[in-house]
Design a binder for this molecule. Structure first.
Ligand code: GDP
Length: 690
């Protein structure tokens, strides 16, 4: 039973998947021979299919690592290119085409490449074997081939025919053995002929006598002997040779017809060994024995690798276990944890503050538009330069004009689209907080999951947006018609708007300062006084100063305008601050004098009402749904591959997972090899079946 080869092939596959095939090589059968020696025909006779690249030009440019796997109970025969992920290929013509393409992909100037093509063939008709097909030796390079080709092929073959590999040296019977490049190469690395099997092809092309002489050659004695074959695919079977028909029986029949016609030379009682079937069996036995003798070496190599992996795992990862699933689960947990902490810190008071600040700005805008517009003849019919205290509003409390103005201002505020505005402000805040949490989390290095979480957040916020904004809008509706103000509200509003005005003033001043630093105090002053003259009409600007004027560039003029605006705005705010703090504005009796305070009170009422509904409709809903949505998207519904892909996005995690996997696979390989050793130990006394 050829258990060992099979198990060793399994082990080799394990080692390959850890990327350890370079350091831990198991013996293989390496097939060498001159071009046209019949090398492909022998391999195809063993496999039972035509699958190797054919053509007048040299087509094998890369080694083909051919693994044959016997699948006793299977019906189908198929091939797989494990590195290409093409899946099972049942059509051998298509395997042939793929091999041709892969070979032709080697650039002409490189001639050959030592990067092997891996091909595994599964079939009930093949033995468990691992073989490597190499480019055929050439005598002289053809006229369209580079001159160094001959040497490159020889070098490539030399690399592969090293110990412990078995050499399958193919020579044609109609060529003198002394001229066989394959045998000459093998002699150099295996001078005593310990691990070379001689295959003599085209036995039908020489007389039986001569054929017999070649097979019993004494000049190149080989311990593993010579096998003579007639492996040409009979013409009659051309029909089968394409696609999926198996050609073995046609070859065997043809071969048998030839050898049995010459029983003296090739019969069972002769001293020669012939036939593809004999060759197959020989290959299996020799490989099995070579594998067996390489067992302990391989075992040592694996345990050394394992020791190194174990050490690395301990030193670099502190023996910390990790799997893709556990990594995802931990990442998700810790993200939800940080989200919870945020949710606890971002409630009604915070939303209220945010919203009020937003409305404060709107109030400032409305005031600027309706009351502070320049010239401010509405509030004081005197030019600005006069004493601001005297410029305080002289509005008559009974004047309809001032009533309307205040009503219009407050209505601008209430009809601003508070529902939409408030919802947008809070939704944006939630979104940007989630973004912040994300970039501080492990998900920062996982673009896929990052997007998934952002999407989850957006989809909940989008879902809630319209109903929340409608609710809020509905609830502030009464304020659009009537606003009643308590005395206490007035006092609070007066305090608050003073603060807001002061801040506004500070903002103006710091903007001015920034400009002074940018272009120089003096220059700014000069360009501002120029603009003042323009505004007074003393100077007329051509084309609005687009090309510069008065010795100032257009850019500088724009700065000057901004400077003038900021100065006037600051003057205005100072004046209004005095007004708000004046006795006149202490109570709401004079509310028409003090639109700033009144509007602040309105803004405050709107805020309180909006916050009430935002809290229920948006915040609570979001805090409840978001973690659940995360679970749904990242927890339960991901496939194993998706989880694996997720975890491996982070190079740190990938390395950690890789070392664990490597360790596990090496342990598995070691276990398998131990069990083979035990098996092998027991069968030591059994005669090997030949
Ligand atoms: P490779 O270049 O070494 O792979 O050689 P091939 O397997 O392509 O064979 C070269 C030529 O020899 C082809 O035309 C084959 O049909 C022919 N050939 C191969 N084996 C035999 C054989 O045993 N007998 C005869 N008569 N021809 C063979």
């Amino acid at each position: 039973m050829m258990i060992l080869t099979r198990k060793m092939i399994e082990i080799r596959n394990i080692l390959q998947s850890v990327g350890q095939s370079g350091t831990l090589t198991l013996p293989s059968i390496v097939v060498i021979g001159s071009q046209s020696s019949g090398k492909s025909s022998v391999l195809e006779a063993i496999v039972g299919h035509e699958f190797l690249p054919k053509g007048s030009n040299m087509v094998t440019r890369r080694p083909i690592e051919l693994t044959l796997v016997n699948t006793p109970n299977a019906q189908a025969e198929y091939g797989e290119f494990p590195a290409l992920g093409l899946g099972k290929i049942t059509d051998f013509t298509s395997i042939q085409r793929t091999l041709t393409d892969l070979n032709l992909a080697v650039p002409e100037k490189d001639c050959v490449s030592d990067d092997p093509i891996q091909l595994t063939i599964y079939s009930p008709n093949v033995p468990d074997l691992s073989m490597i097909d190499l480019p055929g030796y050439i005598q002289v390079a053809g006229h369209d081939q580079p001159p160094e080709l001959k040497q490159k092929i020889a070098d490539l073959c030399d690399k592969y025919i090293q110990s412990p590999n078995i050499i399958l040296a193919i020579s044609a019977a109609d060529v003198d053995l002394a001229n066989s490049t394959a045998l000459r190469s093998s002699r150099r690395v295996d001078p005593r002929g310990e691990r070379t099997i001689g295959v003599i092809t085209k036995m039908d092309l020489v007389s039986p006598d001569r054929g017999h002489d070649v097979l019993t050659d004494k000049k190149y004695p080989l311990r593993l002997g010579y096998v003579g074959v007639v492996s040409r695919i009979p013409q009659t079977s051309a029909l089968f040779s394409r696609g999926s028909g198996n050609i073995t029986s046609a070859i065997l029949k043809n071969e048998k017809a030839y050898f049995s016609a010459h029983p003296n030379e090739f019969g069972t009682h002769s001293d020669t060994s012939v036939g593809v079937s004999t060759l197959r069996k020989k290959l299996m036995n020799v490989l099995e024995q070579t594998m067996a003798s390489s067992l302990s070496g391989t075992r040592d190599a694996i345990s050394q690798e394992l020791e190194e992996a174990t050490y690395e795992f301990k030193v670099q990862y502190n023996d910390r276990p990790l799997s893709a699933e556990s990594y995802l689960a931990e990442s998700l947990d810790s993200f939800k944890h940080s989200f919870k902490a945020f949710a606890e810190s971002f409630g009604r008071p915070q939303v209220r503050e945010m919203l009020k600040a937003e409305l404060d700005q709107r109030v400032m805008d409305i005031l600027a538009q309706r009351y502070w517009n320049k010239p401010i003849e509405d509030l004081a019919s005197k030019p600005l330069e006069m004493d601001p205290l005297k410029d305080l509003p002289k509005a008559d409390p009974d004047s309809l004009y001032w009533h309307r103005k205040l009503d219009a201002s407050s209505s601008t505020l209430t009809k601003l689209g508070i529902g939409r505005l408030a919802t947008t402000v809070v939704a944006n805040a939630l979104q940007s907080h989630v973004d912040q949490l994300l970039s501080a989390s492990t998900f920062a290095s996982h673009p896929g999951a990052h997007k998934e979480i952002t999407d989850a957040c957006n989809s909940i916020l989008n879902d809630r947006f319209f109903s929340t904004s409608d609710q809020v809008e509905n609830c502030i509706k009464p304020y659009k018609f009537e606003i009643e103000v308590e005395d206490s509200e007035w006092i609070k509003g007066r305090e608050n708007v003073s603060k807001v005005l002061k801040e506004e003033l500070r903002a103006c001043e710091s903007a001015t300062k920034h400009m002074q630093e940018q272009i120089g105090k003096r220059k700014l002053k000069d360009v501002m006084s120029f603009i003042d003259k323009v505004l007074k009409g003393d100077i007329v600007l051509e084309g609005n100063g687009a090309g510069g004027a008065g010795g100032f560039s257009a850019d500088l003029l724009a700065k000057g305008r901004e400077g003038v605006f900021l100065r006037d705005r600051a003057d205005l705010i100072k004046m209004r601050l005095l007004a708000v703090r004046s006795k006149q504005c202490a109570t709401q009796k004079n509310k028409y004098y003090c639109p700033e305070i009144f509007l602040d009170v309105v803004a405050d009422k709107l805020t309180s009402t909006a916050v009430l509904f935002l809290n229920v409709e948006l915040l609570s809903e979001f805090y409840y749904n978001f973690p659940r949505e995360l679970d749904a998207r990242l927890g339960r519904h991901l496939s194993d591959e998706e989880i694996e892909r997720f975890a491996r996005e982070d190079p740190r995690v990938r390395r950690h997972l890789d070392i664990i996997r490597k360790k596990e696979l090496l342990e598995l390989a070691l276990q398998k090899i131990e069990s083979i050793r035990q098996l092998d130990g027991r069968s030591m006394h059994r005669k090997p079946d030949r």
